[in-house]
Design a binder for this molecule. Sequence first.
Ligand code: COA
Length: 336
Amino acid sequence: MSEHTHRPVPVLEAVAGIVPPRVVSNEDLPAHWDTNDVWVRRRTGIGTRHWVDEGTSTGDLALAAAEAVLAKSPAGDVDAVVVATSTPDHPMPGMAPVLATRLGLGGVAAFDVSAVCTGFVYGLATASGMITAGIARRVLLVAADVYSTLISPDDRGAGVVFGDGAGAVVLRAGESGEAGEVLGFDLGSDGAGHDLITVPGGGARGRAEPGRYGPADCHFRMSGREVFQHAVTRMTESSLAALKNVGWTTSEIDRVVAHQANARILSLVGQRLSISDDKVLGNISRVGNTGAASIPLALADAVARDEIHAGEKVLLTAFGGGFTWGSATLVWPEIV
Ligand code: COA
């Protein structure tokens, strides 16, 4: 590309989020978990979460979120579909081609991104890169997870934290300086923490070493306390790196939307960044931790509640299994 060639920039056009209808309050949690509303609210900030009913899977939530966002943004021009999930309907194939077909989008580019709870930010970076490189002009990015199907029935630690949901955005090729422009990213990983958030069984390692894993190893496993510390440190550092990349100071930020991991994690990240609570948006008390879906779901809720406005400087930050982490900066668009 010559230096005179006009480079498109990624612009956020629409956002939508959905949760399944079944509300699970702290009182509704399984009795054998021997937990209670006070404990869960104090340790996590979560009051309710939504879990899918039998028969509903990630692909169904992804479809509903995609339809909701495309209702606000013309479907005809979508030329790529990216799905971020760590709870896919099947180990193979990826979810995005099936979703594109269910949406009637024809033979568009379609693939999945696997970065656990950082999946939306990694997906946003991937979609942005496709636009900047001229590979796509309008990308549908859907982040969907159904952790309720993956948690061990005996795991009250992770069990109280996770909810199901899906969020979606449309990114389009636009002009530099437009409201909605996605300006920059910081992405990182540390595989040394791979076994602190994991589903150890069900993959090629187990097939290569028959007998190594049993059925219980196909459930989600998290070392909550250790993950907590890493999440605070990495989201803080990554946020600062993303701000530095774009030349913003923390005091310039109007809104922060972080992965809704745990309310205590979010408040510590806000404190370390010296960003006041009123600028930190979220919906964890209502939906819990919805994995990759959590940032677009929180953004959709913020739009619905009129908490985020065109022209505001927005920081997104996430942390998840891998470990992975990532942050993005954008200027909020005029959104229907
Ligand atoms: N209800 C009541 N008691 C519970 C409980 C529950 N749901 N879960 C754990 N406990 C108990 C434990 O049995 C333990 O009791 P003990 O001290 O008598 O042994 C005590 O609480 C502390 O256990 P621990 O697992 O260390 O709890 P915690 O304070 O770390 O809270 C999490 C557990 C999962 C809520 C917390 O670690 C967390 O939110 N971590 C981060 C999770 C996260 O954000 N993950 C996603 C990142 S992408």
